[in-house]
Design a binder for this molecule. Structure first.
Ligand SMILES: [Fe+2]
Ligand SMILES: [Fe+2]
Length: 135
């Protein structure tokens, strides 16, 4: 196994974990975290999910659905924050952690095992291209 999508994505996930800590420490706003998650999900959906074959389809569908659920919850929490001045981040955080763990421990290692080198090379180059164009 040469190229690893899982290594690239683990680094991406570590960045997000740092942003969650920044939010909890009051260093970034909730809107900033929302932006970070939106671009991460966009990266996964466009560079990876779109190219997945039928064998992984159900898992991809569920991971995709979880992205929508997470973003929906963020929208709700933003409303809470605006109307009451506070919000409960714990449920969303648990959902995020579970989602990330499934990707790190199951989905991406499975892709590394199943895809051939040329497919992985293409996905990685798309990931890097998208990363550099989003700044
Ligand atoms: Fe994801
Ligand atoms: Fe992810």
């Amino acid at each position: 196994m040469g190229i690893r999508i899982s290594d690239f994505m683990r680094t991406e996930h570590e960045l997000i974990e740092r942003k969650v800590k920044d939010l909890e420490a009051g260093k970034i706003t909730f809107s900033e975290l929302k932006g970070v998650l939106e671009s991460h999900f966009g990266l996964e959906e466009k560079a990876i999910f779109d190219g997945c074959d039928i064998e992984t389809f159900n898992q991809v569908k569920r991971l995709f659905w979880e992205h929508k659920t997470i973003l929906g919850q963020i929208g709700k929490l933003k409303n809470d924050l605006n109307s009451t001045g506070s919000m409960d981040f714990s449920r969303l955080k648990a959902l995020l952690i579970r989602h990330k763990e499934e990707e790190d421990e199951s989905f991406y290692p499975m892709l590394d095992e199943k895809l051939i080198e040329s497919q992985k090379k293409k996905i990685l180059s798309n990931l890097k291209k998208m990363k550099s164009s989003s700044g």
